[in-house]
Write a protein that binds this ligand. Structure first.
Ligand code: F6P
Length: 353
């Protein structure tokens, strides 16, 4: 029977989403001759019953498929809104669009909402994890994470030379929400001296002692600090002198003030907030590959009528795991006693404590 499959991207965009769409459309069309309908702007598109016909012929005039290396999502996305308030209308849309199944590409927040809708409406749902935060449970990789790590490492490479030239401490604030995967992995790969993440509270005293040791013991006059936007400090620092305490003041700026205070303004700091640069750009080869395997396998799951599953990357391949388990265990945070934290310790990187 010819199937009609909806596909949507939900939550913050990231590189690699278009690669999933490409794989889904190619495999569904070439292997099964199914119809793929793009749903723009995630649940908003469902609510408004908007669709975008997707087919194999999105090549440009020279025959190049732009979806392989295009960042963002051609479907558009949203990461806000009280979707469940409109649940009845959204459920009715799934019926009205006569969908046989829906592929949802999202992070833990979006998957949670779509999973609830799918349960209410008895949808045939297959999910694919994406997020630069890499905090979706049960999968080693979410699409977009690898590209974001590479983007941060590129920034650290550049900042290291200017830091060394001016004997400065460069503070680089990165995304990740409540998870420190981005900061930890990019910090290790990019040669950071300090990595501050939400899962491992740091103290200003520990941080300042580390910077002093770098200068006095190792004659390293510059340093690179990677700080996650959600990094938390110990309560002993709460009665500090920093003026930067409002929620609008980022973690990077806060740390700069703390370093100025503990060094009597002897340490020259500069803050770079990488922000949405981390979400942009063309996808890395690894993200393209993961996205392509996930997209192809999602179609295979639908062919087997195996629903309520998210594709997870485990031990080198894409395997289905129940979405209900994923949402129960997300967000997946950095294991503060895990291998990567031990690696950081062994390199003499200050990671809190
Ligand atoms: O979840 C992805 C993410 O980029 C987080 O790392 C960050 O905190 C958040 O989204 C930013 O969201 P927005 O694009 O709404 O500013």
């Amino acid at each position: 029977m010819k199937k009609r499959i909806g596909i949507l991207t939900s939550g913050g965009d990231c590189p690699g989403l278009n690669c999933v769409i490409r794989a889904v459309v190619s495999h569904a069309t070439l292997t099964f001759n199914w119809e793929i309908l793009g749903i723009p702007y995630a649940t908003q598109g469902l609510l408004e019953r908007q669709t975008m016909p997707l087919n194999m012929h999105g090549w440009d005039l020279r025959g190049i498929d732009p979806l392989v290396n295009m960042g963002g999502t051609i479907l558009g996305t949203i990461n806000k809104g009280d979707t469940l308030a409109h649940a009845d209308e959204i459920l009715a849309s799934y019926e009205a669009l006569a969908l046989d199944a829906l592929i949802a590409i999202g992070g833990d927040g979006s998957l949670n909402i779509i999973h609830q809708l799918a349960n209410l409406g008895n949808w045939n749902l297959v999910a694919i994890p994406k997020t630069i935060d890499n905090d979706v449970a049960l999968t080693e990789r979410a699409i977009g994470f690898d590209t974001a790590v590479n983007t941060i490492v590129d920034a650290l490479n550049r900042l290291t030379f200017t830091a060394a030239s001016h004997d400065r401490v460069m503070i680089v604030e990165v995304m990740g929400r409540t998870a420190g995967h981005l900061a930890l992995q990019s910090g290790i790969a990019g040669g950071a001296d300090v990595i501050l993440i939400p899962e491992l509270p740091y103290t200003i005293r520990g941080l300042c002692e580390h910077l002093a040791q770098l200068r006095n013991r190792w004659q390293r006059k510059f340093a690179i600090i990677v700080v996650a936007e959600g990094a938390s400090h110990c309560s002993e620092d709460l009665d500090n002198t920093a003026s930067c305490t409002s929620p609008k003041c980022g973690r990077g700026q806060y740390i700069a003030e703390q370093i100025a205070s503990c060094s009597n303004n002897q340490i020259d700091t500069r803050v770079s907030v990488l922000g949405h640069i981390q979400r942009g750009g063309i996808p890395s080869a690894l993200d393209r590959l993961t996205a392509t395997v996930f997209g192809k396998t999602a179609i295979d799951l639908i062919a087997q009528e195996k629903y309520g599953q998210m594709l997870a990357w485990q031990n080198g391949k894409a395997v289905p795991v129940p979405i209900s388990e994923v949402v129960t265990h997300s967000p997946a945070l950095v294991d503060s006693h895990g291998d990567l934290v031990q690696v950081a310790h062994s390199l003499g990187i200050y990671v809190g404590g």
